[in-house]
Design a protein around this ligand. Sequence first.
Ligand code: UDX
Length: 460
Amino acid sequence: MENQIDTQMEQRKGRRLVLFPLPFQGHINPMLLLATILHSKGFSITIIHTNFNSLNPSNFPNFTFHSIPDGILESEASSKDVIALAKLLNTKCVEPFRDCMVKLLSDVSEEPISCLISDAFFYFTQAVADSLRLPRVVLRTGGLSSFVVFAAFPLLRERGYLPIHDSQLEEPVAELPPLKVKDLPVMDNVDPDLFNEIVDGMVNESKASSGIIWNSFEELEQSELDTLRQEFPNPIFPIGPFHKYYLASSSSSLLAQDQSSISWLDKQAPKSVIYASFGSLAALSEAQFLEIAWGLANSNQPFLWVVRSGLVRGSEWLEPLPSGFLETLNGRAHIIKWAPQLEVLAHPAVAAFWTHSGWNSTLESICEGVPMICMPCFTDQKVNAKYVSQVWKVGLQLENGSDRLEIERCIRRLMVEKEGEEIRDRISKLKDKAKFCLQQGGSSLQNLDSLVSHISKLES
Ligand code: UDX
């Protein structure tokens, strides 16, 4: 057995992987964790990253970094929505990415490259990889459940579900139970044609790749995995949750994580605190922000709240709060700009996570057994929230936007009522499943072995 492993390592020695993360926090974190996992399997790692939201190489001394000039202007980065930015990145990065790959491939002093691993939303990289005869594997940083819906967009358009009409919001999507039309992963206030182009590019070029890696685990999304394995010709590897491999890994946070949140949590009673955070991209109106503030204040629970700079449209930070708001709460609230979220969710004082249902946040909450209050803002978050509340039943979804009375009611249902107890019980069982899949013989470790052997056999 040992000899066999040595031979495998020998064959793999001298094999390099080039990883290309999409430059947004929710995409950078899983890609850097994947790099750490694959490095532990004997691959050497090269990361190509854009100047926009560029990474800090000094945090990852074992990896080689190459920065490419993406040509995104600061004014574009701050004024464009995330879909328009995704399109710009897929256009402006083509030449610099290709040039960088050509240089890497022709450098004979370096180890040969086995394959490119790119974010699914960098769909232009499939054509570049094909032209260089380099296999491309995709990392999809969202869940399988939402991907199944994205993959069904052509059908949903054909059957009249898309584009969405307000009169149909409450209608079920018969082909994708238990989703209703309002749960479809679209985004308001963006160019719908551009949105379709980005989604179709992401799905089609994932299908054309040499394999798709997921930060998820079989026991969580088994039926969606079965669907995709039937519909997609290429191999699929759910090897998550990435952050639970417990490998020494550095922070890939673009913002400084405020450690005062942990010292504040240390002073709170066990399972008493609501942690509220809406990820790295979502933005709220001032009216929504105030309803959230009053809903939290009126809940009478202690709360730790991440208010990113720019979370409230048109404000720098907390200016919309009424003066004296925090003082009246007598230390029951702590507001910060960015949290060490993994540590926060693992803290014994945390009782619930009020989240925008980004995939990373959802998975991180499941892994710590923290029940969720879901307030999805756009795209995959809507599907994730529905699965949390109606499929896995490990949280509640705020149904009518953010009205302070509904927020208060929702917090009470989760923290005080019997319903909350049942939800806590279910998420603690799901937490155990997440743990088992990374134990010896567990599904994710087996899939990781298959991925390593798949990559090792790819021909460039
Ligand atoms: C985006 C989309 O919103 C999401 O739906 C998609 O699945 C991925 O891209 P984002 O808004 O950043 O992601 O949310 P999420 O997926 O939850 O990722 C946020 C990451 O930032 C998490 O890993 C979380 O731990 C981290 N984080 C968040 C912090 O470190 N500190 C914080 O205060 C908040």
